[in-house]
Structures are given as C-alpha cells and as structure tokens.
Design a binder for this molecule. Sequence first.
Ligand code: ADP
Ligand code: MG
Length: 317
Amino acid sequence: ATPAATMVGTTIGAQNGVLFKGGDVLERAKDVDTVVFDKTGTLTRGEMELTDVVAFDADGDAVTDGGDPAADGGRVAARDSLTEDDVLRLAASAESGSEHPLARAVVDGAEARGLDVRDPEDFENVPGHGIEATVGDRRVLVGNRKLLRDSDIDPTPAEETMARLEREGKTAMLVAVDGALAGVVADADTVKESARDAVAALRARGVDVMMITGDNERTARAVAEQVGIDPENVRAEVLPEDKSDAVEAIQDGGRKAMMVGDGVNDAPALAVAYVGTAIGSGTDVAIEAADVTLMRDDPLDVVKAIRISEATLAKIK
Ligand code: ADP
Ligand code: MG
C-alpha cells in the first residue's frame, strides 16, 4: 500500500478502536483465513464468580449439608471429613496467594460468605495446573486433575461432580487437604455478548474459527458451543508455554492465523501468529507482543480489523 493509503487505513482503524502497529500488518490482516481465540478474557468476560462448593466425605461421597449428619440424607460423614465451609475457607486461604482470576473468584466468594480467609504460610503456583499452599498446619492443593495426580492423590471419586460442573461450562477445581481429596469448588465465567455474533460473522466470510485454552476439554467445549465454534476446532488443556506451539501447529498447514488474546499467557502465541491481536483490557505484555490492539473489549472488532484491512487495500488498487 502507498503511505497515503496506509495512513487512511490506520486512521479509520484508530477511529474504530482498532490500532494497527504499522502498515504491513494493515496489509496482512485481510489475508487471515483462521482466527484463533483465547477463551478466558477474550471470548468470555474473564470475570469469574464462585458458583459451587462440594465437600466429600472419606468415601468420596458429597457432603451436601455443610457437615450436619442429620441433613445429609442420613449418611454420616467420616469423623475427619470437612464441611463445605471448611473446604471453601481452606481453598480460599490457599488461593489468596494467587493473582489468577480463578483464585480471585474463590477468595471473593469465600469472603462474601463470611468465611475467615487468611494468608497462606507458604504458597506455590503451578502454572496451568493450580496452586499448593500451607494454611495453618494444613497442606492445601487447589487445581486440576493433573495437579492432584502429580501429588499421588486420586481425583477419581470427584469425577462425577467434576463432569457435571464442566458440562455446565464451569471451571471445576479439586481441593485436596493433607494429602486427601476433600472437595471441589467451581467458578463460572460469562461469554461476552458479541462473541457469538463475531464467530458467525467470521464464518460467514469463510474464516475458520478456533479456540485455545488451558481449561479442560469439557468446559472448553461447553463454551465453544455457546459461541458457535465447532468442537473439533477446540484446543483445550494447552499449557501457557505451549500456546505458541499450538498456534504454530495450526499454521503449519499453510494457514494464516490471527491469534486473539488478552493475557500474559498469550504473548508468545500472539508473537508467532501471522497477525497477533490483543483485546480490550489486555495486559501490557499482550499489547506489546501484538500487531493489532482492539481498544474495546468487543470480539466483533476482530471482524472490523479484517474489513478495514480489506477496504484499505481494495481502494488503492
Ligand atoms: P487459562 O488458559 O484459561 O487462562 P491457565 O492456563 O491459567 O488457564 O490454567 C489452566 C487450568 O489450571 C485451569 O483451568 C485450572 O484448572 C488450573 N489452574 C490454574 N491456576 C489455578 C489456580 N490459581 N487455582 C486453581 N486452579 C488453577
Ligand atoms: Mg486467558
């Protein structure tokens, strides 16, 4: 494109909250044939809320009543099993060491229920899997199945509960206390209003739409279904450090992919994509790695970016 055309396209973009980092990306965007969306914070609002707390007794059965055997359908919980409030208080205290949106929601949820959340004595983040912490004299793990398995704790008794929550599109987290499975807490996020329209508009233009997430397969598919992304186009349980490899694998077949993401996690993937796009409230790291920044938090602006590129280049031919 001529410098004049580039200037027009860049200006129109800016007026629409679509910032192109230079003339070459303005030209490239029209050739994108695949858009890969990050899930959390990109297709969803990234504002998690605690929705469920389940405590298990020593047999792995749910304690449905907060510990009172009389209200537990007659089933007497094992002496040392924890109540729902215990599970939530320990999970939240452990998570208060984490900045992860999943963790923030657990802490806020516990505080909203009036539980005494305190700082952990000791805290370790296990990226893509969860956290490990010491709360008082208790060792607490909160995270996914792999986190527990890696500590030789069998997550199987929680499978039915996990699957139910995940089918609802929630992120369910296992809670282990002192080496034993103690319960499950779940957070839910809501899909952005225009996410479904954005996916439909891209597909109508013949652009393939995919989703990539560190979240588990079942939750990922539930969210994909809500926004109209095909199940086979979902890449789930992708570790933060593997996101860029996943984008490269998608591009290996010759695809020109636009990766759209918001988080620190997403920066390497944005950098390797044909076009990297940071969205909305994106972190500085994501914005820095991106070729395009969408000022608004609106997935429809992805379509706008491609259209501006197309229109600018068409005009100057
Ligand atoms: P995303 O790509 O959705 O931002 P992450 O890669 O950060 O997800 O995490 C992947 C998975 O690891 C989460 O879905 C969750 O099961 C688990 N996880 C990560 N961080 C935490 C945490 N602080 N507490 C509990 N679970 C966590
Ligand atoms: Mg994310």
